[in-house]
Design a protein around this ligand. Structure first.
Ligand SMILES: Cc1cc2nc3c(=O)[nH]c(=O)nc-3n(C[C@H](O)[C@H](O)[C@H](O)COP(=O)(O)OP(=O)(O)OC[C@H]3O[C@@H](n4cnc5c(N)ncnc54)[C@H](O)[C@@H]3O)c2cc1C
Length: 504
């Protein structure tokens, strides 16, 4: 039986991100993935929102995604465009990039970090005891881990085996989604009718002048809202053909599907993200409609919240109660995603009364404050973890400021590339001493002359110092005094190292 600190089940976006985070922290981690390779049949999710791009930037890998994607200046709420070009972030846009490419780039990063991914390997069960977890594979082998993380998607075997409830709401809509060839030129774009919204587009596209411009040939991505939700069989080419005929009067001669799937607006969330040594992240912990494109983004950010905490517990720097903050912080975030996707599905209905409601909401979202509020939520730039009362930065993402340091100009995010916490002293040089945490927390003195502006909140008072967690969230804000710093360091990064014995 091979032994690892962490076994991750599932090498989708969440599992890969978590593997990268743990490998950066020097933790012995292995990913077990049932697919024979990283290859993903079909394009699935369509892109990345601002905060997810920021967390990739915090690790120095955002450019890899930006080079291959398409930039769109607006996020969409129930398909109502929300311009985010005035948001105070370097990534004030949505990056259009299909999930198969996102996974490929993440997998390359994980390979560079030498975290192994065992493809073609399926987990069929596990048992946990006080010291670890035995993970059973379909070929009869087993693995032993200190912690097991289920990143195994919406039908998560890990969640079910752990007996974690998955309460929520059944589907009210269902759509076929496929990639096919078409003998005839289809009508590209969206169409609304009494059944719902449908769409046809080429997989390959460019964004020009804020508009999606499809290639004039190549595979076609089709989405058809079904007349009735609740089908239990796997969708076929025939289902798709019939669906197209019912909406467009023709199936455009579809043939050669590479991928046919069905998605719904079922909305469910794990009641607990942790059962002792077993944790859940990504779709294993929450499923909802793809409206607004938030699922993959939320999973990647679950991973970034969990990774450094798990690493510290494994290294015995922090007690295992630190892992409870993962549920405390991330459960409310996904609960909010469930609510906003349910609202978007409701607004997406196509009867006259809902059309009137959507027009009214669109009018409201044309106003500055509502646009900023809702776009802040969709992009996840507005997240505030509840770290108590205090400065508005507390619990919020640290902005990527241009600093002046003794070593020259530095962006804040570059200080987080190695996923270690940072104490940023913007006040009197050398004024803060964190020697007992020097093995875990990097202390940097810097100057910053600009204004401090937070998305959805606006300008905030400049702090004298900030303690930044490896996930980029602010754990402590200093004024002229250092009140609360020792507590914050201990809470997030463990007790101080024992003082070295004084020589006799
Ligand atoms: C049509 C559609 C459009 C979407 N659009 C967007 C979008 O624009 N933006 C967005 O953010 N999200 C979007 N999503 C959601 C997004 O695809 C998911 O949220 C995302 O894939 C979740 O990632 P994950 O890693 O948590 O789970 P998954 O991607 O489901 O990965 C789970 C992995 O675990 C593996 N696995 C499962 N069970 C086992 C086992 N027992 N043993 C070993 N391996 C196992 C699976 O093979 C899989 O690779 C969309 C989804 C759909 C269906």
């Amino acid at each position: 039986m091979s032994e690892h600190a962490v076994v991750i089940v599932g090498g989708g976006p969440t599992g890969l991100m978590l593997a990268g985070e743990l490998a950066l922290a020097g933790v012995d981690v292995v990913v077990v993935e049932r697919r024979p390779s990283q290859e993903l049949a079909g394009s699935r999710a369509g892109g990345l929102h601002a905060r997810a791009i920021e967390v990739l930037d915090q690790r120095g890998i955002a450019d890899r995604f930006l080079e291959q994607g398409q930039v769109l200046r607006a996020a969409g709420f129930a398909m109502i465009p929300l311009d985010i070009s005035d948001f105070p972030t370097r990534h004030n846009y949505v990056l259009g990039l299909w999930q198969n490419h996102i996974e490929r780039i993440l997998a390359e990063w994980v390979r560079e970090l030498e975290a192994p991914v065992h493809y073609g390997s399926e987990v069929v069960g596990f048992t946990q005891d006080d010291d670890g977890v035995d993970v059973l594979l379909s070929d009869g082998r087993s693995l032993r881990a200190e912690y097991l993380v289920g990143c195994d998607g919406g039908r998560s075997l890990i969640r079910k085996t752990a007996g974690i409830d998955f309460p929520g709401w059944d589907a009210t809509t269902s759509s076929l989604l496929a990639e096919v060839e078409m003998a005839e030129q289809p009508e590209l774009g969206m169409r609304r009718d009494a059944v719902g919204v449908h769409g046809i587009g080429r997989v390959e596209y460019e964004i020009r002048g804020g508009q999606v411009v499809f290639e004039d040939h190549g595979p076609v991505r089709v989405m058809i809202t079904e007349q009735r939700p609740g089908a239990t069989t796997e969708p076929t080419l025939r289902d798709l053909s019939e669906g197209l005929v019912s909406v467009y009067g023709t199936d455009y001669g579809i043939h050669s599907p590479t991928w046919i799937s069905r998605f719904t607006d079922m909305s469910r969330q794990a009641a607990a993200y942790r059962d002792r040594r077993v944790l859940l992240a990504g779709d294993a912990a929450h499923v909802h409609s793809p409206a607004g494109g938030q699922g993959l983004n939320t999973g990647v950010q679950d991973a970034v919240n969990l990774g450094w905490k798990l690493a510290q517990v494994i290294k015995r720097a922090s007690p295992d109660s630190l892992l409870d903050t993962y549920h405390a912080e991330r459960h409310p975030v996904a609960a909010r995603v469930l609510r906003n996707t349910m609202a978007q599905v409701a607004l997406g209905r196509t009867d006259e009364r809902t059309n009137a409601l959507r027009d009214t909401v669109a009018e409201l979202l044309g106003m500055d404050e509502p646009r900023r509020r809702i776009a802040g939520m969709l992009t996840a730039l507005d997240i505030r973890y509840d770290l108590g009362e205090g400065h508005p930065l507390l619990g919020r993402r640290m902005p990527d400021l241009d600093l002046v340091t003794a070593d020259g100009p530095r962006r804040v995010f570059t200080l987080l590339h190695d996923a270690r916490p940072v104490l940023l002293n913007l006040g009197e040089p050398g004024g803060i001493d964190i020697t007992p945490w020097a093995d875990r927390v990097r202390s940097i003195g810097a100057g910053y002359a600009g204004t401090w502006e937070l998305p959805a909140l606006g300008a905030v008072e400049a702090p004298a110092a900030v303690l930044i967690r490896p996930d980029g969230y602010v754990a402590w804000v200093g004024d002229a005094t250092q009140a609360g710093l020792t507590d914050a360091l201990t809470t997030w990064f463990g007790p101080p190292a024992a003082a070295a014995p004084t020589p006799a």
